[in-house]
Structure formats: C-alpha cells, structure tokens
Design a protein around this ligand. Structure first.
Ligand code: BMP
Length: 245
C-alpha cells in the first residue's frame, strides 16, 4: 500500500509524483520521452529501444509507452523497464472504459512494471476513482487527460472544466494538457493550484516548449523531436536546457 495522504481533498505526493520530482531535480530536466517510433518507422525493436534509452537516459526523467510500443514490443517492455531504474515509465493506453475495466487494465500495467497509467477524464469520476485506487495499491500514479494537443480536439478541450471536476471528485491531481494551447495549461493551474501538468505537443506538433513551461507545465512529453532526430542526444539536451527555468 502506498503512503499517500490527503490535503484539501487531494491525494498528494503519491510515490510516482515524488519520484518524478526527485528525478527532475537530480537531472535538471522536465522531459519525458514519448517512445512511439524511432525515425518515424513503424515498429520498435527491443535492441534499438535499449540503445536509444542508453543514450538519452541522463537527460530525460521518464518514458511514455503507448499502444504503438505495446504492439511492437509486447512483453519485451518488462525487460526495457527493468533495465532503466533511473527512468519513470508511464503506460499511455488512454484508458476510457467502465470502472471495472479501467481498474483491471491498470492492475496489469502496474504488474508489468509501469510507474503510472494515463486515463481519459471524460469517462467520469467513477472510472477515474477506480483507476486511482488500483494505482494507490500498486504504489503508482494516475495521469488524467483533460485536454488534447491536436487540431480537432475541440470537443474534449471545450469540456476541460467538467473534466477537471471529474478528476477532483476522484482525487486525481496529475493532468495532461496541451503545449499547443498554453492557455489551457494555465487554466488547469488556475483551477487547481496543486495540479501537476504533463504537456505534449512540443516541436513536431508546433507547440513551443518554453511557452508551455511559462504557462505552468511541470513536465514535457516529447516524441519525434528526439526520436526522429539525427542527433537524439543533442536534441534532448537542447530541449532540456531551454526549459529548465
Ligand atoms: P510527438 O512529440 O511526437 O508529437 O508525440 C507526442 C506524444 O504525446 C504522443 O505519444 C501522443 O500520443 C501524446 N499525446 C499528444 O500528442 N497529445 C495529447 O493531447 C495527448 C497525448 O498523450
């Protein structure tokens, strides 16, 4: 059981959030690598993933693996997670289901070694709460998507306040909000000052990393700017130094 506790209705300082903060301060980095592809080829091999992570490990604090990684890596994911104890691993399956299935899927993901799971908030407080309870039992974290970065995200983004209310009711305080629309990041922080914001959409999607941080993003989720670069280490270092303010 995790030693989480409550202040003002929020579960704060879950082990995942504490660890990420520690890693961020140690490495002076806010960057979480979104590992969906390498050089935009489809399919990831265990060997090339290991080699890329060995190169960038000192500059990033975590790795986000989603369905593209799951489909190509499968059970090799466990070996990858075990090989990099100085990185937090986030399972981005964007869970959006009934509470029982969100809970079951999260349980499998924590058993596989992930430190946190990402869940959609629009499914409502019950699904969010079920996921958060499983995370607490596993000593892990939950990150809820309250707004998205792509063109066409208008439906979810226009419901950001309702999505935040669902998350508050479920006592979740880690959120995904888009670097492509820094005003939405500020809105999360204004609504819930204790919020921790993870921002995707930097670089390849046109978001400015520094603007996202100035708007309140705590962590940046970055994929292709690093994974498609001829010099992934150089790209990671440049992003890290520009955004450690
Ligand atoms: P890239 O930096 O290559 O655009 O990758 C962004 C990553 O963040 C992808 O893994 C994507 O699934 C994720 N993401 C996003 O781009 N926008 C969102 O609103 C939510 C996400 O999880």
């Amino acid at each position: 059981m995790s030693p989480s506790f409550c202040v003002g209705g929020f579960t704060i300082q879950d082990p995942f959030s504490r660890r990420l903060k520690q890693l961020s301060e140690q490495k002076k980095s806010r960057v979480i690598l979104a590992l969906d592809s390498i050089r935009e080829r489809s399919g990831l091999g265990e060997g090339e993933v290991m080699r890329l992570l060995e190169k960038v490990e000192g500059h990033i604090i975590g790795v986000k693996l989603g369905l593209p990684a799951e489909i190509s890596l499968g059970r090799s994911t466990e070996a990858v997670i075990k090989s990099f104890p100085s990185l937090a691993f986030i399972a981005d399956w964007k869970l959006a289901d009934i509470p029982e299935v969100c809970a079951l899927t999260s349980k499998f993901l924590f058993e596989r070694g992930f430190d946190a799971v990402i869940v959609h908030s629009f499914v409502g407080a019950k699904s969010l709460e079920a996921t958060r309870k499983v995370a607490e039992e596993a000593g892990g974290g939950v990150i809820a998507v309250v707004a998205m970065s792509h063109p066409g995200a208008s439906l979810i983004n226009s419901n950001i306040d309702q999505n935040l209310r669902f998350c508050s009711a479920a006592r979740i305080k880690n959120f995904v909000a888009p670097a492509t629309d820094p005003e939405l990041i500020s809105r999360v922080k204004r609504s819930l000052p204790e919020a921790t914001v993870f921002s995707p959409g930097v670089g390849a999607q046109g978001g400015e990393a520094k603007d996202a941080v100035l708007a309140g993003a705590d962590y940046l989720i970055v994929g292709r700017s690093i994974t498609s670069s001829d010099d992934p280490v150089g790209s990671a270092v440049s992003l890290v130094t520009r955004t450690w303010v």
